[in-house]
Design a protein around this ligand. Sequence first.
Ligand code: NAG
Ligand code: NAG
Ligand code: NAG
Length: 586
Amino acid sequence: MNEKSDSGLSLPSQSPSINDTRSKSTASRAKTVICVTLFILAQCLFWKHTGFNVPSFGGKQSSESLCPQATEIFPQKNGKNWQHLSETFSTDDFKKRAVNLLGGAVRIPTESYDGMDPVGIDPRWDAFGPFHDYLLRSFPLVHSNLKLTKVNTYGLVFHWQGSNSDLKPILLAAHQDVVPVHPDTVNEWKFPPYSGYFDGKRLWGRGSLDDKSGLIGIMTSIELLLENKFEPTRSVVLAFGFDEEASGPYGAACLADYLLLTYGKDAFALLIDEGSGIENKLGTPFATLGVAEKGYTDVRVEITSPGGHSSLPPPHTSIGMLSAILVHFESNPFGVHLKRDTPIYWMAQCLAEHAPSLPSDVKNAAKKSATSDKALKVVEEYFFQSSMFKSLAGSTQAIDLTGGGVKSNALPEQAWAVVNHRIATESSLDALKSRDTALLQSLAIQFNLTYNAFGVSQSDEDAPAYGTLTLSETFHEGLEPAPITPIDELPYQLLSGTIKATYKTRRSPEHANIPVIPGIMSGNTDTRYYWDLTKHIFRYNHYNAGNGTSLGKVHTVNESINVDAFLEMILFFTTLILNADESMSL
Ligand SMILES: *[C@@H]1O[C@H](CO)[C@@H](O)[C@H](O)[C@H]1NC(C)=O
Ligand SMILES: *[C@@H]1O[C@H](CO)[C@@H](O)[C@H](O)[C@H]1NC(C)=O
Ligand SMILES: *[C@@H]1O[C@H](CO)[C@@H](O)[C@H](O)[C@H]1NC(C)=O
């Protein structure tokens, strides 16, 4: 995933350290998106809604649950088939097969880079050809039973036709690319990054977790369903991008166009893509469904002022003024508050209800917080001790790049910086830009600068000025926060019930219950392009790192996956496909 978030949450009651957030590499998105989509075949599938009672979140009445849980959902009509597959997945033979399938995929380096030229021009895309050949060899039944469409050469869409075309298909997404391995770091790996080596417990290599485990997990579960003669009632569509780690301009952007043209708006019952998994929060394993993504923008701040010899300097150079501006940014962090009816509030409520280690006064405050502002403040204060939680709750700023000046004895005519913003789920790009614009107004006046923010003049352009201050979006257009996936509708329940059933199947009865809670992705995934396909978008890997299984690192040295956890991912996809197939009201 692009800047995958670490949703593990630890607070002082648990341990003094706040979990780190893994990985940061600011992705610059190619500005020009060249999509080659020549597919028509528009087909509209009808939404069939038969009404279904789902519990509501929030606990406004003190007797209500703060975080209602779905019941486990096991396939019924296909119960026997499912049982058989579930047993198959636990055999040593199957484990060997899964290790080979994932290992083979890891051994094909499919790196994507920021700012690549289009497919057909940039030779680095050629790496994906062998990966397609590998999929063809490894999943013969998927290829002979599903219709494959290649979008912009390397984007893959598989369509598995169900017998009832009144049912909306489900969309399973993953990405084929991986973040590059820096040549200088190859020696630091325990096992070489493209070895796909299995040490008896973990499988090593770039992509083993992010996201070839997702892609191979989906393909394997379908291959096995086909081997077991399963014929779907509800269609299943797979969409695999190839530049998610570079923000998806050639992969998911083009796949989105194709899918919209082919299936239409709101055509899918639900979409699941990579995301957070099962991890310990406050000492308890939770499965977190990513129901929201924050927005993103890079704001360039640029100052110009007269150059000249630095033996006769003005009181403030371009660099001096820029420095004052950057200090001003950091002196004015976003005021972040826990607000009701936001995904982060739902998450806090869920942790309050389901994490036994939470102090009881916080638990009580959580119950009252639906109506009491004072109680809400108590909850906020508790959770905001985690800087990660606080960052997810609000908009953020980070000054990540800067430059200016050419010579030590010349006044800098220009100086610039880039401020990276992540935008709170309930905010917007416009609100963010207005905030930045207003923030710098006083400094523009103080330094006598003509001020232009995002193309709009903020000062009298005809008045004489010492220099200019310009704010603009850079690298790519900003991204709005994603629409929030409903948590009180059937798709959320179906997914929750599927997660619980999968989890229970692989564990002893006394540890069989996993709370499923909503959460926020701090990074962005390919789903940024898929908003129109369905409002039920979930970012979730059924990857169990909740109880001592280390998640393994992504985007860095020593990426690896616990193979038992990978087998459980395969069971999860299998259960999901069957459950969705049997649910006529989805
Ligand atoms: C990778 O794993 C090896 C072996 O456990 C270890 O020696 C090395 O420090 C790890 N590298 C990093 C960067 O964590
Ligand atoms: C701003 O700078 C210009 C150019 O140096 C100068 O003419 C003008 O008087 C200054 N304005 C103020 C308010 O200092
Ligand atoms: C989690 O770990 C604890 C302590 O090691 C163990 O007792 C328990 O069985 C584990 N739970 C699950 C669900 O595996």
